[in-house]
Ligand binder design. Structure first.
Ligand code: DTR
Length: 338
């Protein structure tokens, strides 16, 4: 009898909880790895605002920046297993896992984040890569082109000799080829590595000068125009499937728009961050010669070959992926300007 009462009580509590959830709509948790001020988190907050507005508050998004729920390396697994409903992953932090979308990390001279982000979104729509089948993709975007930020000046490529620089993804290989020592780690670990002197600088986009205050420690910036980094915002598949159609539609409608918004935000923020760094810390910016850019490009060509081999091994037509990406890049450059 007591057992029956306990079971009944549990059932009533569960039913009450379920109807409260139904009335209150859906609460979605969203994990992100870098600090709140950085662009992946700024776009997360923008998305939250838009989603809550467009669903009239039927969806509430609880955001967890700064690795408070999941970190850079356990983001994918954490979303797959439902520790968070939604998570933001940097594709370059998962070598070999996303061969198709890693095409965005190749040195093809994207000069605008908006162009790169819209290109990425269209590539995803066209290819629907199988490696994303276990999750729902909500949006995609990229970082801005990558530059060197260092404690000692890199006025010419020769200054890179033996210099330990934090990077990730395809750029690690380019750095090695240029004589530097690339040290791979997520952005969230970089402040400590710089502070401790494990690395003498980093390769990333200029937003981090302001958002991580790296301008204080890295007073020298060298324009290298290395690749952008692709990001994906993914959602637990079962959680996605549990949402009603109107909520799914609101999230789907936002996918491309969010990619464009993030690209534009970052393009503007890069300029602001560099101006701020010059003003506050008098950082110096060095330009390389045409011959040096040609050398960087030559290193990049090897990367393209290596990526093609990986993509082919994963069953993709690598030449088609690359040429489709270049066609989209051209299309968006014509539409939006570089
Ligand atoms: N350059 C990539 C991506 C990146 C650029 N800015 C930020 C800010 C926070 C996290 C990642 C990034 C990288 O270095 O990881």
């Amino acid at each position: 009898m007591r057992k029956l009462i306990t079971v009944l009580a549990a059932a009533i509590t569960l039913a009450a909880l379920m109807s409260a959830t139904a009335m209150a709509g859906a609460v979605l948790t969203y994990a992100n790895f870098p600090p709140a001020k950085t662009f992946p988190c700024i776009q997360m907050e923008h998305w939250k605002t838009e989603v809550e507005k467009r669903t009239n508050g039927e969806i509430t998004v609880q955001t967890f920046p700064g690795s408070t729920l999941l970190g850079a390396k356990n983001m994918l697994r954490g979303v797959q297993t439902g520790q968070a409903d939604i998570g933001c992953i940097s594709i370059a932090y998962y070598p070999g896992v996303f061969p198709a979308m890693s095409v965005l990390n190749l040195p093809v001279a994207f000069s605008s984040t908006k162009v790169a982000s819209l290109t990425m979104w269209d590539m995803f729509q066209k290819y629907q890569p199988k490696e994303f089948k276990g999750v729902k993709v909500l949006t995609m975007f990229t970082s801005a082109p990558s530059q060197i930020m260092s404690k000692t000046p890199v006025k010419q490529l020769a200054d890179l000799k033996g210099m330990e620089l934090r990077a990730s993804g395809s750029i690690l290989k380019v750095l090695g080829g240029l004589g530097a020592q690339g040290v791979g780690m997520p952005m969230s670990q970089t402040p400590e590595a710089l502070q401790k002197g494990v690395v003498k600088g980093l390769v990333s986009s200029f937003d981090v000068l302001k958002d991580f205050n790296f301008a204080e420690i890295c007073r020298y910036e060298t324009i290298t125009n290395l690749p952008v980094y692709p990001f994906a915002v993914i959602m637990n598949k079962a959680r996605w499937n549990s949402l009603p159609a109107n909520m799914k539609k609101a999230l789907d409608d936002l996918g491309r728009e969010q990619a464009a918004w993030t690209g534009e935000y970052l393009d503007n923020h890069i300029k602001e961050s560099l101006a701020w760094s010059k003003d506050k810390y008098q950082v110096e910016v060095f330009e390389l010669t045409a011959a040096e850019h040609a050398e960087i490009k030559a290193q990049g060509d090897g990367l393209v070959q290596a990526w093609k081999a990986d993509a082919a091994k994963a069953g993709y037509d690598a030449d088609a992926l690359l040429s489709d990406m270049l066609t989209l890049k051209k299309k968006y450059e014509a539409e939006l300007g570089k």
